[in-house]
Design a protein around this ligand. Structure first.
Ligand SMILES: *Cc1c(COP(=O)(O)O)cnc(C)c1O
Length: 454
């Protein structure tokens, strides 16, 4: 019998999150106040986040303990399985060894609960009554709805309108866990009204939805805000993925040469890659970590590294990151979770320092790889995850061409059971190739008056 599935026991759920800030050769530049454009300290975040998360956001402690109450909830689905993709390898006729970590076994069906649970927990500890957030495809909203429900906190979700219309079942999931869900832009925030005045048919974007959720939290003292990606503490919470995967690879007697994950704001990429980058820092290994993004929203491969807002309206602090400009509205591709204009600060600095790599894929190529995966390994990947698969297929084909075997690990960050409309569109030939033009990128960047770096 082949050893297809590598499992850990509940006792092996990590006891610490790994904070890569402690090991980075160049620390990220500080965030700037959106108005004064001066560096801000952690206290500026106090209206939006509980103190413990703010501390984690700026912490340089290498290991941050995971509270028992959080580990206890993690064991509902963690440790997640690691699989060797024998059938995919065979179909690709490649000498490469391919492994995947499957985060789709969580209640919400993606990696997002890894951070939703600790975020809800720390808010509860500090007496917060309500959490607002944005959601793209609905994965983050459903993860936060699930977590808030466990800790008795109200949850209010601003869902990007195009996804709200295309993905009604995600909304129902959130409702089942007790959350209120609104199609963003709405007319009950200033930010939403401003966008609707410019374009009553706006499909929405993550940037717009963030503006709405932040505005709600900033204007009520019992309400805080939660972000499902981009921020340092979110990336750190996700490192349970890579720590488990590292143990599982060791159990399999193997070690990846290449680690791949899809990239929206950077959280699932960080989650799987950072614990392996730690080995590069500590032991001088040379594990290549590749972030896979859509060519219709290519901030890592075609964006610029400069200060920009996290949202569309310009309410968040300015962050030093790879960005396409905060006014960039990506084409309505099906990988909703990857339609974000910017990238997390840590991941941006790592890319700037060439410690990680990035690659863009066009959505038809992604679905082709996704369907191949479903037909070989069985699991139907989330559209986001198919971007990682496109990179994996390329790397596996390279191994074949070069006649070398490399070990490839990728993060299968979620299943696609609520995204079958996307598969239907693909099978009916309705999905189009979409690559943003240089003119579109330049037009968006030309609108930025935010500080340049270096
Ligand atoms: C949210 C999401 C993403 C993108 O966000 P990251 O922070 O980059 O991980 C990718 N895949 C799935 C399944 C998601 O839910």
């Amino acid at each position: 019998m082949k050893n297809r599935k590598i499992l850990l026991t509940e006792q092996e759920v990590p006891e610490f999150w790994y904070n890569i800030l402690a090991d980075m050769p160049n620390k990220p530049l500080p965030p700037l106040h959106p108005g004064t454009r001066e560096p801000i300290g952690p206290e500026a975040l106090a209206p939006l986040f509980p103190m413990e998360l703010i501390k984690q956001e700026v912490s340089t402690d290498k290991w941050v303990p995971i509270p028992d109450a959080v580990r206890d909830v993690y064991t509902l689905w963690r440790p997640t399985p690691l699989y060797r993709a024998y059938a995919l390898e065979k179909a690709l006729d490649t000498p490469a060894k391919i492994y995947y970590k499957y985060e789709g076994v969580s209640p919400a069906g993606s990696h997002k609960p890894n951070t939703a649970v600790p975020q809800a927990y720390y808010n509860q500890q500090e007496g917060v009554k309500r959490i607002t957030t944005e959601t793209g495809a609905g994965q983050w909203g459903s993860a936060l709805a699930f977590a808030c429900n466990l800790f008795g906190i109200e949850c209010e979700v601003y869902m990007v309108k195009i996804s709200y219309d295309h993905k009604p079942y995600r909304k129902m999931m959130m409702n089942t866990w007790g959350a209120k869900v609104y199609a963003s832009p709405t007319d009950h925030t200033q930010a939403g009204r401003m966008i609707l005045a410019q374009d009553p048919n706006s499909p929405g974007s993550l940037g717009i939805a963030i503006s709405e959720a932040v505005e709600r939290a900033a204007s009520d003292e019992n309400t805080k805000y939660a972000l499902g990606s981009v921020l340092n503490h979110v990336l750190m919470h996700q490192t349970v993925i890579g720590q488990e995967a590292l143990k599982q690879m060791e159990k399999a007697g193997d070690m990846p040469d290449i680690v791949v994950a899809p990239f929206g704001g950077g959280s699932n990429f960080a989650g799987i890659a950072f614990p392996f980058l730690r080995l590069n820092f500590e032991e001088g290994r040379n594990i290549r970590c590749i972030a896979a993004e859509p060519s219709s929203c290519p901030k890592l491969t075609r964006g610029v590294f400069r200060y920009d807002f996290g949202d569309t309206v310009g309410m968040t602090p300015l962050l030093p990151m790879y960005t396409l400009g905060h006014n960039f509205v990506p084409a309505p591709i099906h990988a909703g979770g990857l339609r974000y204009h910017g990238a997390g600060v840590i991941v941006s600095q790592l890319l700037k320092d060439r410690l990680i790599e990035a690659r863009a894929h066009e959505q038809l190529e992604c679905f082709e790889s996704g369907v191949l995966f479903a037909r070989t390994e069985g699991i139907i990947p989330a559209p986001e995850a198919t971007h990682a698969l496109a990179t994996v297929v390329q790397e596996a084909q390279r191994c074949k061409e070069e006649g070398v075997s490399r070990t490839i690990l990728f993060n299968l960050c979620g299943h696609g059971h609520f995204d079958l409309k996307a598969y239907e569109d693909y099978f009916e030939g309705k999905l189009v190739s979409h690559e943003v033009t240089q003119g579109e990128i330049e037009a968006s960047l030309a609108q930025l008056d935010t500080p340049l770096i270096g």
